[in-house]
Design a protein around this ligand. Structure first.
Ligand SMILES: NC(=O)c1ccc[n+]([C@@H]2O[C@H](COP(=O)([O-])OP(=O)(O)OC[C@H]3O[C@@H](n4cnc5c(N)ncnc54)[C@H](OP(=O)(O)O)[C@@H]3O)[C@@H](O)[C@H]2O)c1
Length: 279
């Protein structure tokens, strides 16, 4: 299998390692230089500049699009999630007409639900804020391409080097929201594992949520971390939860990817964060 990972960063590099180990022929596209797992090939290019995509490998079997916006601004989001997929798909039409799977890495931020309700792949995704709205537009572009496409909506990614929750308890900046505020987390290795599973599933669905088994109240997670490291419980937040915090307040169900046969390495924040605390 010939696979291109477009946007080979935190998740992409972990995926690259798994695919190389599986014996896949992997190319990793990004703008800068990168240290890749032995066996993978580096391609330097910018998904927002079509003239830099003419050297993409041909006759690919699968593409994973995992470019990030690199900043919380609308122009960056449009470039990463609308222009980028459009340009890559144009290049693939010319050089890989028999592509078997295009995986677009999206986010649970596409959901507008904010009252702590449960959501899954069948729930309406109607986020109008620019961050979710541009991702939704990217999802539509990919779904209307001529290639079999799968969108993976990831929750909050943590793992080696991304331990903000732990750091916030350690440095005393963590506060407990005054009302339940749910986090939908996923360890980096499960992000990579899910995408690898999709690539090896013949009849993959067009949409999966990529979150662990247990959406959890931020207060429960922070108190658990405090207990693990022997710190005092963080203080309760004063005032109302910020608009941005409320925007993410829903509980994402991962039943579809589990029913597709994926087994989580870190089923809840407890196993995943314990691993990072030990590291
Ligand atoms: N972080 C989260 O909690 C979270 C939650 C939900 C969904 N997601 C999504 O998950 C995906 C992967 O996230 P991540 O954390 O792995 O991101 P990341 O570490 O920032 O990696 C993104 C990669 O994209 C490359 N890239 C950025 N702009 C590019 C461009 N114009 N052309 C080519 N390559 C480009 C970057 O390398 P260069 O800079 O060298 O080009 C980098 O290798 C993203 O789509 C992100 O939105 C993330």
């Amino acid at each position: 299998m010939r696979v291109l990972i477009a946007g080979c960063g935190y998740v992409g590099t972990a995926l690259c390692e798994l695919l190389v180990r599986d014996g896949r022929h992997v190319w990793a596209l990004r703008r800068g230089g990168v240290v890749l797992p032995k066996g993978a090939e580096s391609v330097q290019g910018d998904v927002t500049k079509p003239d830099t995509l003419t050297m993409l490998p041909a006759s690919l079997d699968a593409v994973v699009y995992a470019v990030s916006a690199g900043g919380y601004e609308e122009a960056r989001y449009r470039a990463a999630y609308i222009d980028g997929p459009r340009n890559i798909l144009d290049a693939l039409r010319a050089n890989s007409p028999r592509l078997k799977r295009f995986v677009f890495v999206s986010s649970t931020g596409v959901y507008a639900q904010s009252g702590g309700e449960w959501v899954d792949e069948d729930s309406p995704a109607e986020q109008s804020h620019f961050s979710g709205a541009t991702l939704l537009e990217g999802e539509r572009i990919v779904a209307s391409s001529p290639f079999p496409a799968t969108v993976v909506r990831l929750g909050g990614i943590y793992g080696p080097g991304r331990t903000r929750l732990i750091e916030s308890v350690k440095n005393g900046s963590a506060t407990l929201p005054s009302t339940p505020t749910y986090l939908n987390l996923i360890h980096r290795d499960d992000c990579a594992g899910i995408i690898r599973h999709i690539l090896s599933t013949a009849n993959a669905s067009n949409l999966y949520l990529g979150v662990d088994n247990e959406p959890s109240d931020r207060r429960v997670i922070l108190k658990w971390i405090a207990k693990q490291i022997g710190a005092a419980s963080p203080p309760v937040e004063e005032g109302a939860t910020s608009a941005r915090g409320q925007r993410g307040n829903k509980r994402c169900r991962n039943a579809r990817i589990r029913e597709a046969g994926y087994e989580f390495r870190y089923p809840t924040f407890r196993e995943g964060l314990a691993q990072e605390l030990d590291a």
